[in-house]
Design a protein around this ligand. Structure first.
Ligand code: ATP
Ligand code: MG
Length: 283
């Protein structure tokens, strides 16, 4: 049995539960539950505050956990990151009152900066040789300048709209972050094997999200050109259509590449282009 810690409630909890479900792991998802065993996979799920996950994974209260990289580096526990999960993308940024001039990081010299990320921020100031004062607060960091508690803030940002509504302007990125899977460094052989199975599934789910199944029709004469525009996993499947001289081409493309290449495909003679989501992709 592998014990996996995920956030009980907050910005990571929905996506963490969804990822496990997409990996085919079925478990009771009631709101008041703190611990539950999956019915069809040897994992037990613990629902915790994200701040506590690194410590619990280090102490093997949980074997693995899902949380933001920002929290992993801030807590600095002896755990390893085994996979980046591609959700909860955000950054830890420094922000200042929006009307102040910003000459560069030297702005922060002798300033008081409010944050919940004291380790990451003090590392940043040390690296940039800036002597600033750090005021630790646990939440609602962005109101600190407005109430006279600090001159600036260092907080998690995704769109930046919370900063703007609080009259702040983002000036430096301290860290880029996304959700990751962390593991205890000394898993038993049995637990390691379960983790490998889980990782296999997670990668299949991630691959599926990044890729799309594409079908299109084209005259036979255009197929060679289209194949050069659209490299598939190996090579595309080409099937004849009922109409003579025409065929249907099936392949897998990265979603980003598809948008970049759509005009090239049309110019090459592709018609009736269908793009379909993939549920799992094992390569
Ligand atoms: P807990 O009660 O578990 O301690 P919390 O309030 O400390 O939760 P959340 O606000 O739920 O934490 O954020 C959890 C993680 O989600 C953050 O550490 C960060 O990695 C990520 N995150 C936070 N804000 C955003 C955002 N605006 N966009 C994307 N990801 C975010
Ligand atoms: Mg927290």
């Amino acid at each position: 049995m592998l014990k996996i810690a995920i956030q009980k409630s907050g910005r990571l909890s929905e996506s963490s539960r969804k990822l496990l479900e997409e990996c085919g792991i079925k478990f009771f998802n009631g709101s008041g539950v703190l611990k539950t065993k999956a019915v069809n996979f040897p994992v037990e799920i613990l629902f915790l505050r994200d701040d506590d996950i690194p410590q619990y994974v280090e102490q093997q209260v949980a074997d693995i956990g899902i949380l933001g990289e920002n929290m992993v580096y801030e807590k600095d526990k002896d755990v390893k990151i085994v996979e980046k999960l591609g959700f909860a993308q955000c950054r830890l940024s420094l922000a200042i009152p929006k009307d102040e001039e910003y000459p560069g990081p030297s702005y922060f010299t002798k300033k008081k900066v409010a944050t919940s990320y004291t380790k990451l921020l003090s590392d940043y100031f040390r690296k940039n040789r800036i002597k600033a004062e750090i005021e630790e607060i646990s939440g609602s960091v962005e109101i600190a300048p407005g109430i006279g508690l600090a001159d600036a803030v260092c907080d998690i940002v995704s769109s930046g709209s919370t900063l703007l509504t609080n009259g702040l302007r983002e000036v430096e990125t301290v860290l880029k972050s996304q959700a990751v899977l962390i593991s205890n460094k000394n898993l038993s052989k049995d637990k390691g094997e379960i983790l490998d199975k889980l990782l296999f599934r997670i990668r299949a789910v991630k691959n599926a999200k990044e890729n799309k199944y594409i079908l299109l029709n084209a005259p036979e004469s255009a197929i060679e050109k289209i194949c050069r525009i659209l490299p598939g996993i190996k090579s595309p499947t080409i099937l004849p259509l009922a109409e003579k001289g025409w065929c249907s081409l099936h392949s897998v493309v990265k979603e980003d590449e598809f948008w970049e290449r759509i005009n090239q495909l049309k110019n090459a003679g592709a018609q009736g282009i269908l793009v379909i989501p993939i549920e799992k992709l094992v390569v």
